[in-house]
Design a protein around this ligand. Structure first.
Ligand code: F6R
Length: 593
């Protein structure tokens, strides 16, 4: 949450370069944004509320700048609360991602020493504390870094912060929890909260570890241990993503672009993930109790995994959402395996319990993660990279089907039927391709025309399709703001059916499996109460008012069933005038609790 982008080097258009970097990070937060530059020995700040859009900065030429795009935590969405924040003297500017949990106490302390606060944020306290630390240290070359280390040691919580000092051409950043990546480009050095934002400039990066501080100047980069003040060797890696993957190309929105990338991603999982699936399958088999954890869409993939492993590999894997896992970890033993699913690899509700159980109890962790070098990637004992490429839309789509593809393959590999799993994925990729043809997309558009003015929707599935109904509901509600709820088909009669009125859209997932009879009965019961039944199924049925045909893909049906729901969510967003890539109140990569 919140995006940080910084540059220092030979270019003199640092402010616009940073603004462009922020645009690439805007999916991390888009309540407000701001940029600071160092020019003629002064720090100048420009900031405003709203998305960046086509905004330009009118700042003097400079070779060092940083910027921030905000997802508000402390203090409303106002110009004043937008980052960067400055100290009383205007010497320093600070940007920050995370939450300073002890900010009230630190603020009181700073006020008692005469500091004047201009915002309601927790961040501003950092600027004032730094101002005090720097006082009287003129001419001391280590003053800035020592001050940053000292202030950082006083902050409670998961925080990444960066400081721009009017008296230095170095940027100093430090992190605990929230991500920071350093990029080494031809024109200079970059620091960002996400590696994908660096792609136009470089693929050579260092992911900062927790507790590390980086000093970036036009001459180079050095990394330090913030606690001891000792220099550490920076681990340099090459990203395997290319810049074009982050561009919109011919598409109007990232959401539809990323939906359309899915056949290729599922196909490539079938062919490239065989060895990973075999290894992960062995780890599950050898563990004494395995758990899937994830949040949001990743949780829906994890729940699907529980069904897949049960029916394909006849193996029970527990499932829990990341934010609740910490309250259920009592079952873990040293032989347990926790498999975390996460696109970003930065979700705090996954990272926090995992770090704790690893640190305190030495539990083994495996990850299905999309971002190389992310916190989860570095924390896990074994990683399967999703291979979905950068996912820029706030809605998770291709990372979801990539996770499902790996789970299908792993369950088949565990049962000694890897080839069968691969063939199934290739079939699923063909079925998705079919759903993306012009004619089939037109059908979803027609459905959106019919239902886009409704306020409520219900989605049901049984067995493997139950998590599909949860995921479809999540996609629809987060981008169209229609209240959509997914349920296990059998649960309807236990209360929810009271909410169905004449014309209420009810999406029914009815694959050709053991759930079909019961789910169609459920559909009939909804229809008898006036529900408008949308059947997502290989076969038509009398229970459906609107049939969305999907290929019969057996155990891979959740992969295929995800796509009509994603397309419907997109079409509903267009008709309701919402932003398909940046829905209100949300941010990709949830790094605060
Ligand atoms: C929904 C969505 C979120 C994420 C969730 C976990 O479309 O994107 O629900 O799935 O915040 O994010 P990752 O996978 O990065 O851990």
């Amino acid at each position: 949450m919140c995006g940080i982008f910084a540059y220092t080097g030979g270019r003199t258009d640092a402010a616009s370069l940073v603004l462009d970097g922020l645009r690439r990070l805007e999916y991390r937060g888009y309540d407000s944004w701001g940029v600071a530059v160092r020019s003629d020995g002064r720090v100048l700040v420009e900031k405003q509320v709203g998305k960046i859009g086509d905004a330009r900065v009118s700042m003097p030429s400079s070779t060092v700048a940083f910027g921030h795009t905000r997802w508000a935590t402390h203090g409303g969405v106002t110009d004043k609360n937008a980052h960067p924040h400055t100290d009383c003297s205007g010497r320093l500017a600070v940007i920050h991602n995370g939450i300073v949990e002890n900010h009230s106490e630190l603020r009181r302390e700073a006020i008692s020493r005469g500091h004047v606060f201009r915002s309601e944020t927790d961040t501003e306290v950092i600027a004032h504390l730094l101002e005090d630390e720097l006082a009287g240290r003129n001419g001391d070359p280590r003053a800035l870094t020592d001050s940053v280390r000292s202030v950082f040691s006083r902050l409670v919580g998961m925080n990444a912060l960066m400081v721009l000092d009017s008296r230095s051409d170095a940027l100093v950043a430090v992190k605990q929890g929230s991500p920071l990546v350093v990029g080494y480009g031809e024109a200079g050095q970059y620091i960002a909260s996400d590696a994908s934002a660096l792609l136009p400039h470089t693929r050579t990066v260092t992911f900062l570890a927790d507790g590390q501080m980086v000093v970036a100047s036009p001459d180079g980069v050095s990394v330090w241990d913030a606690a001891s003040g000792k220099r550490v060797e920076q681990e340099v890696m090459e990203l395997d993503w290319c810049p074009e993957q982050s561009e919109l190309g011919e598409y109007p929105h990232y959401l539809i672009k990323e939906i359309c990338e899915q056949p290729r991603i599922v196909r490539s999982a079938a062919l490239a993930q065989a060895a990973s699936a075999e290894r992960l399958g062995r780890m599950v088999r050898e563990s004494f109790g395995a758990f899937f954890i994830g949040c949001g869409t990743a949780a829906n993939a994890a729940l699907t995994g529980q069904y897949l492993f049960s029916r394909i590999a006849r193996h029970h894997v527990n499932f829990e959402v990341g934010s609740e896992f910490g309250y259920l970890e009592h079952f873990l033993t040293p032989e347990s395996l926790v498999i975390a699913l996460s696109q970003s690899g930065e979700t705090i509700d996954v990272i926090e319990p995992l770090s704790r159980i690893k640190r305190e109890r030495g539990i083994q962790v495996a990850a299905l993660v999309n971002v190389l070098g992310s916190t989860l990637y570095r924390l896990a004992d074994y990683n399967v990279l999703l291979g979905a490429g950068p996912e820029k839309c706030v809605l998770a789509t291709k990372s979801y089907t990539a996770k499902l593809a790996i789970l299908v393959l792993t369950a088949y590999a565990m049962d000694g039927r890897l080839k069968e799993g691969q063939d199934l994925l290739l079939r699923a990729a063909d079925c998705i391709e079919e759903l993306l043809t012009r004619e089939r997309r037109r059908q979803i558009e027609e459905l959106a025309d019919v239902i886009h003015e409704r306020d409520h929707m219900f989605l049901i599935g049984r067995g493997l399709s139950y998590p599909s109904s949860l995921e479809a509901a999540l996609k629809i509600k987060e981008v169209s703001y229609i209240h959509a709820e997914g349920f296990a088909g059998g649960e309807l009669k236990h209360g929810v059916i009271a909410l169905v009125e004449r014309g209420t859209p009810c999406v029914v997932f009815a694959p050709s499996d053991e759930t079909k009879g019961a789910i169609l009965s459920g559909a009939m019961e909804l229809r008898a109460r006036g529900g408008f039944i949308v059947g997502v199924s290989p076969e038509p049925s009398d229970a459906f008012d609107f049939h969305v045909p999907v290929g019969d893909c057996g155990d891979a049906s959740p992969i295929v069933n995800a796509v009509p729901a994603q397309l419907l969510a997109y079409e509903l967003a267009l008709r309701r005038g919402t932003d398909p890539d940046k829905p209100r109140n949300l941010a990709k990569s949830v790094t605060v609790k």
